[in-house]
Ligand binder design. Structure first.
Ligand code: ADP
Length: 473
């Protein structure tokens, strides 16, 4: 089966969040399983700066038409694998992927329309006829649309099917209707049943409507997004396509996230030598300049500082009384107001609270290994990788029962779940976890259970492959 994964980010080349982990690792998993997989992603500045030794020129140079503009496109390829990087200095030669300090890049609509068009032209130039084109999130939502309206008759696409995975419904790729002419989409698609979304063009909606099947990243989230509470106003259109919507939970990269071999952590361990984990705790406490009694748990948060992640709940629950019984390490970047509030908390409790404001892969590994309890009180969580990584490292999640958190954490066995998004419910779950932590035998059994669960990609990759096969048959 010839499979193309098309994505705006993929580890190890580019990453702002879980999307990169998922696409990068799924691609590797397909290769491991012997499938003929290809990956297509933009050539960001960071990639040609950081990976130039691994890249070769394909000598493919295209001209992509956007309105009356002709945009040059250069294609680089990974030396070893079928990973193609779609380059354009103007659009992707920037420091960040989607935004800078003043907000989202104003031309994101043009940038990712360019990416979608360029992908479709590249594969025609390369004469690769894919069985499956697997698109991810709004940045690739126009691919199924362009295929349907422009390319269906072409021989090269005669057996091609499209899969569109929603990693987070909140990001909808919304642009003013004036963009339609520029990106080559007829105005007669701009209506309620088409790609109009409250007066805007939505690239996500294009993917939902025009793909052969839609998937999202956990079974619970696949059900949640059909409801107004979680549907971000897309629930109506999703309900219409509910028969084509599947939930397939993500996995994590077991080579990268393995406490027994992790090069980032000073003391490697598995579930048979958990006292080594304890040493990582001492190490990170020192490194972060904290002062916490050994009988008290070390809590942590790793993730985007965004509305979704429930930072407000963490901040409101960490009152003076609780903070004196724990330590907490927060690693994240994101919304200014959360940064401010966390910095304030750190100033107030310098020996109890550590905050790293930014993205730091090494510190993330140290935190997962050295801390005891991971906080994930998300308002919604399509899948979530943090809880899987944490469990693999014997770091017990306290999480809201939603999306992938509900699917992957067994309450009282591998973590603690709470239902309502409220300070009360979260505080109770946290108190139960802290109580459990004080009972060494109980805590050890929680850690061992959590570390025994299988979150490797193989199972999920097989589910995708089954779905692809069903489409082809
Ligand atoms: P989302 O995709 O919503 O951001 P996920 O839980 O699916 O959340 O995935 C987030 C991934 O990014 C995890 O691997 C997490 O460890 C990592 N991550 C998030 N924020 C940071 C950060 N500031 N520094 C290092 N790693 C981070």
């Amino acid at each position: 089966m010839k499979i193309a994964i098309v994505t705006s980010e993929a580890t190890p080349f580019s990453k702002t969040g879980g999307l990169a982990d998922v696409t990068g690792t799924l691609f590797k998993q397909y290769l491991r399983m012997g499938h003929d997989a290809y990956l297509f992603t933009p050539l960001y500045r960071k990639i040609y700066e950081g990976f130039s030794d691994n890249l070769e020129d394909t000598n493919l140079e295209l001209n992509i038409q956007l309105g009356i503009d002709i945009k040059p496109c250069k294609i680089l390829k990974h030396k070893k694998h079928n990973i193609f990087f779609i380059g354009n200095q103007e659009y992707f030669g920037r420091r960040e992927l989607y935004e800078d300090t003043s907000g989202e890049y104003p031309d994101n609509g043009a940038r990712f329309a360019f990416f979608c068009k360029a992908f479709l032209e590249v594969i025609q130039k390369l004469q690769i006829s894919f069985d499956i084109i697997h698109c991810n999130d709004w940045q690739t939502g126009l691919i199924p649309l362009y295929l349907t309206i422009n390319l269906k008759e072409k021989e090269i696409f005669s057996k091609t099917h499209t899969v569109f995975t929603i990693h987070n419904l909140a990001y909808q790729g919304l642009f003013p209707p004036e963009i339609l002419g520029y990106i080559g989409i007829p105005y007669d698609l701009f209506h309620l049943e088409g790609i109009e979304f409250y007066g805007h063009v939505s690239y996500l909606k294009a993917g939902i409507i025009f793909s052969d099947v839609i998937t999202t990243v956990s079974k619970t989230y696949a059900k949640e997004i059909l409801t107004p509470d979680y549907g971000f106003s897309m629930d109506g259109i999703l309900r219409k396509r509910a028969n084509y919507l599947y939930g397939i939970v993500n996995g994590i990269d077991y080579n990268e996230w393995n406490p027994a071999t992790d090069p980032y952590i000073p003391y490697r361990y598995d579930k048979r030598n958990l006292n080594e984990k304890e040493k990582n705790k001492t190490y990170i406490i020192e490194r972060c300049g904290l002062n916490i009694e050994p009988q008290n748990p070390l809590l942590c948060f790793v993730g985007r500082l965004s509305y979704q992640k429930g930072i407000g709940l963490i901040l409101s629950s960490l009152d003076d009384k609780l903070i004196n019984k724990v330590g907490i390490i927060i690693l994240g970047r994101g919304q200014f107001e959360y940064q401010e509030s966390i910095s304030f908390l750190k100033q107030k409790f310098p020996e109890r609270v550590f905050f790293y404001n930014g993205f730091n892969e090494e510190l993330a590994h140290l935190i997962y290994a050295g801390c005891d309890i991971l906080l994930m009180p998300s308002r919604y969580e399509p899948c979530g990788l943090g809880q899987m990584i944490a469990m693999r490292y014997g770091n017990i999640p306290v999480a809201r029962e939603t999306g992938g958190l509900a699917d992957l954490i067994e309450d009282g066995v591998t973590g603690f779940l709470f239902k309502e998004y409220s300070k009360e419910d979260f505080s109770i779950a946290l108190k139960v976890a802290i109580y459990a932590y004080k009972h060494k035998k109980l805590w050890n059994s929680l850690m061992k259970e959590a570390m025994s669960r299988d979150f490797s990609w193989e199972k999920s990759a097989n589910e995708y492959l089954k779905l692809y096969s069903n489409l082809l048959s």
